[in-house]
Design a protein around this ligand. Structure first.
Ligand code: NAD
Length: 298
């Protein structure tokens, strides 16, 4: 069967809008999730709901994985590789996974005649909905080329960064930077606020100066100052990425005291948040220690 059907496993905050875009772009799209609520939501968006990962492997040519962790990616891929008969041709792991485990999984796939590339994303739920994700791809050039049309539906910037695993390494290191500048920006904006400077005015200046970042330009104004805290990316998932990045730095012998400090600080603050908290809520325990919220007046 080579009818080009695209399967997507993991219909969470990211996978659901991605599957919707693929279906809208005209791809025959089948999806599976362990949660029946997620599957029902997909079905009402016109996506064909599959009964299992094995069902996806049997009926789809290309299978996108958008799952929380390497443990789950390995388990789901294993379920697909274990079926009798033909398995899909190519897996695209778009989750944020551990690069060394991606390399190992690609070898397991190859033994079964399945190709694997890693294509994690940046841009969050907002750009997952608009199809404007940045997609960083690791894999053999011909495998990447074979799915460039599919990736172009999901992302406005698709960059092949190297062989299998390189996408996942890039993603983790990017998110280490993202966590680090969010922690630092929170501290700076709280200090500005204590100094008597309006946080919005402070951020306006930073955003036309050298201190700007995705945190100052987007996260603080949109999710923190508004009190919305609804970016759709959890503090726990970002902690996972930071730990993956630290693992990469340590394995390569790169001195990383700043990354280590950011990782330890993130883990401490996150342990003081509710399970499932949005990553932009990481400022809350700092505010509690300070005794005042960024959004309070006077
Ligand atoms: P999520 O927790 O919202 O969704 C994960 C989905 O996977 C859930 O619907 C869950 O039911 C499903 N799932 C878990 N185990 C499963 C299994 N064994 N079989 C089938 N389905 C299973 O997570 P998300 O925010 O959509 O993130 C997905 C991936 O994308 C993660 O690796 C994350 O780090 C990465 N990511 C997220 C964002 C973001 O802004 N949310 C941005 C970039 C990258």
């Amino acid at each position: 069967m080579t009818d080009g059907t695209v399967g997507l496993i993991g219909l969470g905050n990211m996978g659901q809008p991605m599957a919707t875009l693929l279906a809208r772009a005209g791809y025959r799209t089948r999806a599976f999730d362990a949660s029946s609520a997620a599957l029902e939501a997909a079905a009402s968006a016109g996506i064909d709901a599959a009964s299992s990962a094995a069902d996806i492997a049997r009926t789809c040519e290309t299978v996108i994985l958008m799952l929380p962790s390497s443990d789950i990616v390995d388990a789901v891929a294993g379920e697909m590789l274990d079926i009798d008969g033909r398995v899909a041709t190519l897996f695209i792991d778009m989750s944020s996974s551990v690069p060394a485990r991606t390399v190992a999984l690609a070898e397991r796939c190859a033994a079964r005649g399945v190709r694997l590339i890693d294509a994690p994303v940046s841009g969050g739920v907002v750009r997952a909905r608009s199809g404007e994700l940045t997609i960083m791809v690791g894999g053999a050039e011909e495998d990447v080329q074979s799915v460039e049309d599919v990736l172009a539906v999901l992302g406005s910037r698709v960059v092949r960064v190297g062989e299998v695993g390189a996408g996942h390494a890039t993603k983790a290191l990017n998110n280490l930077l993202s966590a680090t500048h969010l922690l630092a920006t929170n501290e700076a904006v709280l200090a500005a606020r204590e100094f008597g400077i309006d946080p919005a005015v402070f951020l306006e200046v930073v955003n036309s100066s050298s201190g700007r970042s995705g945190s100052s330009e987007l996260k603080l104004p949109r999710y923190v100052l508004t009190g919305a805290f609804d970016s759709g990316f959890s503090a726990a998932l970002l902690e996972k990425d930071v730990n993956i990045a630290l693992g990469v730095e340590h394995a390569l012998g790169v001195p990383a005291p700043v990354s280590e400090a950011a990782g330890a600080r993130w883990a401490d603050l996150r342990s003081r948040l509710d399970e499932g908290a949005d990553h932009t809520e990481i400022i809350r325990p700092v505010e509690r220690d300070l005794g005042r919220e960024l959004r309070s007046h006077g």
